[in-house]
Design a protein around this ligand. Structure first.
Ligand code: HEC
Length: 112
């Protein structure tokens, strides 16, 4: 038998749990980019022009290793270039998701 006091205590505990849940959900960080997946995507889609280690193998394709100045821009800028393509570089919209492109960008930033 639940008396009034126990019932309100249970409701309070339930409400506190819900609020804690909302706070946890609201403050959860965005999932970090996955460089292991990025490496796989790079090897499949990008290495043919930009080289396995980021040293270009196609004339006109910039090196992405060795502190490439092309990488001196925010992820959103690189995302736009890769998503939409740039001159001789094909567009990856519809081929890779934004999440996958962000994974490959994180991988590019590890190239030395
Ligand atoms: C067919 C060859 C080719 C492939 C495949 C290719 N690229 Fe490129 N990429 C280029 C060329 C050429 C440029 C230079 C474009 C320009 O600035 O004229 C370029 C430029 C870039 C840049 C610099 C963009 C900027 O804003 O200056 C990045 C970053 C890049 N590529 C990443 C990638 C990634 C990641 C992939 C795989 C998902 C990829 N590329 C696949 C040829 C290619």
């Amino acid at each position: 038998m639940i008396d009034g006091k126990a019932k309100s205590g249970a409701l309070r505990a339930l409400a506190a749990g819900m609020i804690a849940g909302w706070i946890a959900a609201a403050s959860a960080p965005a999932a970090a980019a996955d460089i292991i997946k990025g490496n796989r995507i790079y090897t499949t889609h990008c290495a043919v022009c930009h080289g396995a280690s980021g040293l270009s193998v196609m004339p006109g394709a910039p090196n992405l290793a060795r502190g490439s100045d092309r990488l001196m821009q925010a992820d959103v800028g690189l995302l736009a270039s890769i998503r939409g393509g740039k001159n001789a570089m094909p567009a990856y919209i519809g081929v890779l998701t934004d999440r996958e492109i962000l994974d490959v960008i994180a991988y590019l930033r590890t190239l030395r």
